[in-house]
Design a protein around this ligand. Structure first.
Ligand SMILES: Cc1cc2nc3c(=O)[nH]c(=O)nc-3n(C[C@H](O)[C@H](O)[C@H](O)COP(=O)(O)O)c2cc1C
Length: 174
């Protein structure tokens, strides 16, 4: 079993969207609010150059997880006290809602619901994609599961509202 930590442990799930390059801002803000942070990236986010893995590992003091561990390996992170998905892509939101746990990131999100921990998500989905009926259904389903969604992202990467994920965690349940 992995260690328990002094501070509550936040899983930050990072998907393959351009704004992911700024995820260090969320980690800094979370640490300032006394969260300990572990990052789980989708394979696209981790392997596609969407953010600086080495910088995030230095910031969190832990490896960025993307692939499943082998059964012999210890759990690298403690269990989560909360989960923030930022940025949340069209692809991951739809798979999460449908329960298609084909990446560690989505499997972690699917399991988090059953653990009963608070979950926030900051979607970064372009307007044309966001009109797709499957996406709208996914949002409705996840909201019904208690996921706290940030406002749809509009604007440039510098305007991505990273801290909203933490504000939503601190607020009342959805
Ligand atoms: C440069 C770049 C930026 C992207 N930005 C977004 C985005 O903002 N939102 C989104 O839903 N997909 C975006 N995509 C597409 C996703 O990377 C793609 O759908 C991928 O399958 C997502 O996988 P994931 O959800 O497992 O991370 C982008 C792709 C590229 C190459």
């Amino acid at each position: 079993m992995a260690d328990r930590t002094e501070h509550p442990f936040l899983y930050v799930v990072v998907c393959g969207a351009g704004v992911a390059a700024g995820v260090g801002r969320l980690i800094t803000a979370a640490q300032e609010r006394h969260w300990e942070v572990g990052v789980i990236a989708t394979p696209v986010a981790a392997q596609g150059g969407f953010f600086d893995l080495a910088a995030v590992e230095a910031q969190t003091g832990r490896p960025v997880r993307s692939a499943w561990r082998t059964p012999a390996d210890p759990r690298p992170f403690p269990p989560p006290d909360a989960v923030a998905v930022a940025p949340a892509t069209f692809n991951t939101v739809n798979k999460w809602a449908a329960g298609i746990a084909d990446t560690l990131a989505v499997a972690t999100l699917c399991e988090a619901y059953g653990l009963g921990v608070p979950i926030t998500a900051l979607p970064c989905v372009a307007g044309a994609l966001a009109t797709h009926p499957a996406y709208r259904d996914s949002l409705t389903r996840l909201q019904g599961m208690g996921v706290r969604f940030g406002a749809p992202h509009a604007g440039g990467p510098d305007e991505f509202a990273w801290e909203q994920a933490l504000d939503l965690l601190a607020g009342p349940p959805a």
